[in-house]
Design a protein around this ligand. Structure first.
Ligand code: SAH
Length: 213
């Protein structure tokens, strides 16, 4: 109950107050128990306005960033979504609430396993987590109506644009290792269009179309 109050407050003060409007996103974030996705010692701070450590030197994104990126995907309940960087699985849960199926890729085995267990324990069945380099996408499951990358890339990985369905949307932070710009990319009549949103800082995307370790 205490956490529900914190969640409602997080949605109001950090998301609604900053312009997030998609009711499905707001509802999913009101529901998802973020405190169970962070390290236990951080549970009390899980609804704060910042990213937090989740182990393996990785982070769970700030709530606003998750809300903004998921809203930018303009999802509906028929969409199949590719997520790169499962991390804690928090964003996977938010996506699973909204879309038909989430295909999520995480390169660190321990994080992938933990996220999978947690999501199963909440009763989600519409997700699949694979341990691999997500910078090359997931060709066998393509095309995707939406792709969300939660790690910073030096450039937009070409396979992700290829795996985007007609009319599909892709959000990804692109830039240097220290700072990036969030890009919204979409495919219209087979052509790729890009919009730059705002500055951000994510952990590195490590892989073939990302950085070397
Ligand atoms: N959305 C996550 C945050 C993930 S942090 C959450 O809600 O918790 C970024 C994650 O991307 C890290 O777990 C990192 O291991 C992973 N990552 C980095 N490069 C990757 C790659 N090439 N493929 C898949 N996952 C990758």
């Amino acid at each position: 109950m205490q956490y529900q109050i914190q969640r409602d407050r997080m949605v109001q003060d950090q998301l609604v107050a900053r312009g997030i409007k998609d009711t499905r996103v707001l509802q999913a974030m009101r529901k998802t128990p973020r405190h169970l996705f962070v390290e236990e010692a951080f549970a009390m701070r899980a609804y704060g306005d910042y990213p937090l450590l989740i182990g393996e030197k990785q982070t769970i994104s700030q709530p606003f960033m998750v809300g903004y990126m998921v809203e930018a995907l303009a999802l509906n309940n028929k969409d199949r979504v590719l997520e790169i960087g499962t991390g804690s699985g928090y964003q996977t849960a938010v996506l699973a609430e909204i879309c038909q199926k989430v295909f999520s890729i995480e390169r660190i085995k321990s994080l992938a396993k933990k996220a999978r267990q947690l999501l199963e324990s909440f009763g989600y069945h519409n997700f699949q987590i694979r341990i691999d380099d997500g910078s090359i996408g997931w060709a066998e499951k393509a095309p995707f109506e939406a792709i969300i990358v939660s790690a910073a890339a030096p450039q937009v990985p070409a396979p992700l644009c290829e795996q985007l369905a007609e009319g599909g949307r892709l959000v990804i932070p692109v830039g240097t290792e220290k700072s990036q710009t969030l890009r919204l990319i979409y495919k219209k009549n087979g052509e790729i269009f890009e919009e730059e949103k705002f500055g951000c800082t994510f952990v590195k995307l490590i892989g073939k179309y990302g950085w070397e370790i």
